[in-house]
Design a protein around this ligand. Sequence first.
Ligand SMILES: [Cu+2]
Length: 90
Amino acid sequence: MTTTAPAPGSEIVISNMSYTVPPSVKPGQQLTIVNKDSANHTVTADENNLFDVRISGGGGTETLTAPTTPGTYPFHCKYHASMNGVLTVA
Ligand SMILES: [Cu+2]
């Protein structure tokens, strides 16, 4: 068993102004966010400022710690109203 590769489902990818999110993540899991667009984006929780991460365009990466309480967490990009996603913690 190797630990060098990232765990499956631990990455959020942003490309073409949309999010690709794992089907579900573990409570408190460390996620890597990769922005493949040229524009800057954010992953911002819709409620309670639960998370708010800005990812630079042009291949920027940031880390996000998933909430520790299971549930569904809608999020959006602060710069682009059309960008929405949901993080499922289970
Ligand atoms: Cu954006």
